[in-house]
Design a protein around this ligand. Sequence first.
Ligand SMILES: CC(C)(COP(=O)(O)OP(=O)(O)OC[C@H]1O[C@@H](n2cnc3c(N)ncnc32)[C@H](O)[C@@H]1OP(=O)(O)O)[C@@H](O)C(=O)NCCC(=O)NCCS
Length: 150
Amino acid sequence: MPVAITLRPATLQDAELLLAWRNDPHTRLSSHDTNEITLAQHLAWLNRVLNDVARRLFIAEEAGTPVGSVRADTEPDGTTVLSWTVAPLARGRGVGKRMLVALLEETSGPVRAEVKIGNTASMRIAESAGLSLIHEEHGVLHYAGGHTDS
Ligand SMILES: CC(C)(COP(=O)(O)OP(=O)(O)OC[C@H]1O[C@@H](n2cnc3c(N)ncnc32)[C@H](O)[C@@H]1OP(=O)(O)O)[C@@H](O)C(=O)NCCC(=O)NCCS
């Protein structure tokens, strides 16, 4: 029986952890920007995210141990863009699937996500969370789901 996943809002204290996960080679390959991020760039980015009410960044934990992060960025039209990263040591045992489900429980309205072609695990994560593949463009798969309240 897997340990339950809980989400807590990220803080500046998580900067080092998030940077290590972001600069992991596998994470970089799956990101739009595949360059290694410096600490200064990362701190500027994290400060922007934490101070933006339209963006929510969470640390996923299993019994108090950080195992990944999920982000929900709400766009001006009300659609929320979802993204996720699992800690390298926690990969391959369902954390990605479970933390996206946990994020969706905290998110209302339409959602979307972008997954690079070839990122099979993330395709499965998006699909198991109920997102549908809408289209593919320049090597990126666009998923959408959620519901509108209208
Ligand atoms: C991609 C990533 C999120 C997967 O997280 P994870 O916790 O290892 O994934 P899960 O264990 O929940 O597995 C999800 C599914 O993918 C499959 N899977 C896991 N790793 C896989 C791999 N390397 N290759 C193919 N399938 C894989 C699992 O078997 C599972 O399939 P199922 O539907 O049959 O159960 C994680 O590897 C990661 O953070 N990668 C770097 C960042 C990234 O890719 N972020 C997403 C950008 S869209």
